[in-house]
Design a protein around this ligand. Structure first.
Ligand code: GDP
Length: 195
């Protein structure tokens, strides 16, 4: 498993009593240039994808995809947070996302610092305690230029009680794993809350 953290290997028992397709909103946070757009584009080509209707995409960069996982279909709406125009705070209150994916580039320390600040904010606002937060170290294909080690990323995530995964949208490394991980974490939390 590419996942490092406490509870990702747990098996989930999904209740199928409802016929409605669950719809989840996921906001992507992080500095410009870290690969958020590239990751979401890769999600649209996933083998778990059931349907992708481009007409559902809105003009603000929201992409809606239907994912079939463990025999259950869910709609995932990915919102590429426009960091220049909107604060993280605004983004959370506007979209009320089920999950926040905080992306940095492993070859750029400033983006790691920015990710840390976002995680701190999510923690202070109790978002982390209530929703799914995943820290993503992207661009691992650029191995020789890497400045943030796996250990450093992992320990930041652990200190803020969130999941950690390293990806490359360039060479499609762990991109499906990230997609599935987001959905599994959201479902896990929902199952726990229903109890
Ligand atoms: P965003 O501003 O966070 O949405 O970043 P983009 O998805 O637009 O990516 C910024 C630049 O980084 C583009 O030139 C991408 O091709 C490049 N990029 C994105 N992901 C990767 C990756 O995993 N590896 C490499 N080498 N380049 C990447």
């Amino acid at each position: 498993s590419p996942w490092q953290g406490s509870c990702c290997s747990q098996t989930t028992n999904i209740s199928t009593e409802t016929m409605d397709i669950a719809k989840y909103r996921i906001v992507l946070l992080g500095e410009s240039g870290v690969g958020k757009t590239a990751l979401v584009s890769q999600f649209m080509t996933s083998e778990y994808m059931n349907t992708y209707d481009a007409s559902l995409d809105d003009e603000f960069g929201e992409k809606t995809v239907s994912i079939l996982l463990d025999g259950e279909e869910s709609e995932m709406v990915f919102i590429d947070h426009p960091s220049s125009e909107m604060s993280v705070e605004n983004s959370l209150s506007t979209y009320e996302p089920h999950a926040a994916v905080v992306v940095y580039s492993v070859v750029d320390r400033a983006t790691f610092k920015a990710a840390e600040e976002i995680l701190n904010y999510l923690w202070r606002e109790s978002y982390t305690q209530e929703k799914t937060v995943i820290l993503v170290g992207n661009k691992v294909d650029l191995a020789r230029a890497r400045v943030i080690t796996n250990t450093e990323g992992k320990s930041l995530a652990a200190s803020r009680d969130c999941k950690y995964i390293e990806t490359s949208s360039g060479i499609q490394h762990n991109v499906d794993e990230l997609l599935v991980g987001i959905l599994k974490q959201i479902r896990l939390r929902e199952t726990r809350e229903k109890k």
